[in-house]
Design a protein around this ligand. Sequence first.
Ligand SMILES: [Zn+2]
Length: 172
Amino acid sequence: MKAVISMIFLYCPACKSGNLEYDGVKEYHCRTCDYTYFHNPAPAVAGIISHNKKILLIRRARDPGKGKVDLPGGFVDPGESSEDAVKREILEELGVEVCSFRYFASFPNIYEYKGIVYPTCDLVFELTITDLPEKWNKDEVQEILLVDPESIEKLEFAFGSIKTAVLSYLDR
Ligand SMILES: [Zn+2]
């Protein structure tokens, strides 16, 4: 299934003309200088941590989706592997080390920030951590929740892809 993303760039990043042609999916072709920009999905990572048969979720302290629940995670940095990204994000957000991880599956997502839409491909890992988080990053995480599997469906997630990921994980 292809996501339809409305046009987000108005000017050519190479020659600054406003003579762009958009294919409605990802290609921006400049009729003036013939440059083509591909707005490809950005890889992002998320970690599923289960504890006593409950799933660890965070309540986001930031937009997009401020106040809604999410898995811990974030974007992969340039030059970084997805494995290193998930370890870094867990340490940055939750203040704990990842002990072991296993790739689960990936889920396409749309990430909107201040009116600009980024397609992402969310790589989801099953993780174990050293200890339950006690001193998490308050700039990113309002609170940590341990949620019964039966309660996941009724929670409001920041991203549909992440809710689908958790439900697929529970259903596996
Ligand atoms: Zn151009």
